[in-house]
Design a protein around this ligand. Structure first.
Ligand code: SF4
Ligand code: SF4
Length: 296
C-alpha cells in the first residue's frame, strides 16, 4: 500500500466516514493567511476527513426549535463538540504517522480556535471538503455530500507529503435550490438572491451570500429566533459589522450570558433536504409541550 492508502485505512478504521485529498493549488483563492502554503510553506497536499452528524442530533435540534430548548444540549455535545474533538484526535494520529514517514504537517483545529474578528477558522473546513472532492457547495454555503447533505463535520491536515489528489465532485448537482436554508434561517442572515462566486481549479461554484455577524448573533443566542431566546432582539438592522456583534455580546448581562449556553443554530444545515438523516417532508409531529402534572 502507498502512503495515501495507509492514511485512508487509518482514517476509516478510526471511525471517519469521509477521507479525501486535494492538491494545494485548489486553495489558491482562499484568503491570504488561510491558504495551505501560508500555514506550511512547503505544503503539497491537504487531507480532509469527515464524520456524519448522527440523526439523534438533528432530532435534538428540532426539539430545541420547537420550544424544548434543552434539546440543544444534545446537539451541542454530540453533534458538534464531541465529534470535532474526536476528529481532532484522529487527525493527530494521522499527523504522527506522516511525521514518522518524514513529512511535516500543520493541524488546524476543526472548530474552536478561530479568529473571532474575521469570523473565520484557520482554514475553511467546508471549502476544504469541496477541494478534496468530497462535496459541492449548496446555496447555504455549506459542503453538501451526496449521502448526508451538509450534516457532516470536517477536519483538515495540511502536509508536505505529495499525495495523489482525488477528483473534484462531478456527480449530479446536489443542491435542489429550494431555498429552505434561506426561509428557515431564524435571523435572515442568508440572502435569497445575492451570491458569492468562487473558482476552484477550473470550476466555478456559486452560493448564497451570508452576513456573518448576523449569523454569529444567531449561533451565540443574541438574536430573536435562536433556540430558547425568543425574547432576544431582532438584529437584521443593527448588526452588520463584526464590531456590532462585539458590542451586542458585551452588552449582554450576566443572566443572559448564562441563558445563552442553551443557544446554537445550524438550521440551514439541519433542514437541508439533501442526503439522508434529515426530516424532509416526513417530519415527525412537533413535540406536544402541554401538560397538567409533572414529577418536578
Ligand atoms: S436547503 Fe435547499 S437551497 Fe439550501 S442548500 Fe439545501 S438544497 Fe440547496
Ligand atoms: S446557522 Fe442559523 S443563523 Fe446562521 S445562517 Fe444558518 S440558519 Fe441562519
Amino acid at each position: 500500500m502507498n502512503l495515501k492508502e495507509d492514511l485512508r485505512k487509518m482514517a476509516l478504521d478510526n471511525g471517519m466516514d469521509y477521507f479525501g485529498v486535494g492538491s494545494v493549488d485548489r486553495w489558491a483563492n482562499a484568503p491570504v493567511g488561510h491558504r495551505p502554503n501560508d500555514l506550511l510553506p512547503e505544503a503539497k497536499s491537504v487531507i480532509v476527513m469527515g464524520v456524519r452528524v448522527p440523526e439523534g442530533c438533528t432530532q435534538s435540534n428540532h426539539r430545541a426549535y420547537e420550544g424544548m430548548r434543552h434539546g440543544i444540549f444534545t446537539y451541542m455535545l454530540f453533534g458538534y463538540n464531541l465529534i470535532n474533538s474526536y476528529m481532532e484526535d484522529v487527525a493527530l494520529k494521522l499527523a504522527e504517522y506522516l511525521n514518522e514517514a518524514g513529512s511535516k504537517v500543520f493541524l488546524p483545529p476543526s472548530s474552536v480556535g478561530r479568529d473571532e474578528y474575521l469570523m473565520r477558522g484557520v482554514i475553511s473546513n467546508r471549502h476544504s471538503a469541496v477541494c478534496a472532492g468530497l462535496a459541492e457547495f449548496g446555496w447555504n454555503g455549506l459542503a453538501l455530500t451526496p449521502d448526508a447533505g451538509p450534516r457532516v463535520r470536517w477536519v483538515v491536515i495540511v502536509t508536505e507529503a505529495e499525495l495523489e489528489a482525488d477528483p473534484l465532485y462531478s456527480g449530479p448537482p446536489l443542491c435542489k435550490k429550494c431555498k429552505k436554508c434561506v426561509k428557515e434561517c431564524p435571523t435572515e442572515a442568508l440572502s435569497e438572491t445575492e451570491s458569492v462566486d468562487l473558482n476552484i481549479s477550473d470550476r466555478t461554484y456559486i452560493y448564497g451570500k451570508l452576513i456573518k455577524p448576523i449569523c454569529r448573533s444567531g449561533v451565540t443566542g443574541l438574536a430573536a429566533g435562536t433556540a430558547g431566546r425568543l425574547q432576544a432582539q431582532n438584529v437584521q438592522q443593527t448588526v452588520t459589522k463584526v464590531e456590532d456583534w462585539f458590542k451586542l455580546a458585551k452588552s449582554d448581562n450576566r443572566w443572559n450570558r448564562l441563558e445563552r449556553v442553551a443557544a446554537m443554530c445550524g438550521r440551514c444545515m439541519i433542514l437541508c433536504p439533501v442526503g439522508r438523516n434529515q426530516i424532509g417532508e416526513n417530519a415527525s409531529a412537533p413535540t406536544d409541550l402541554t401538560q397538567t402534572k409533572s414529577f418536578a
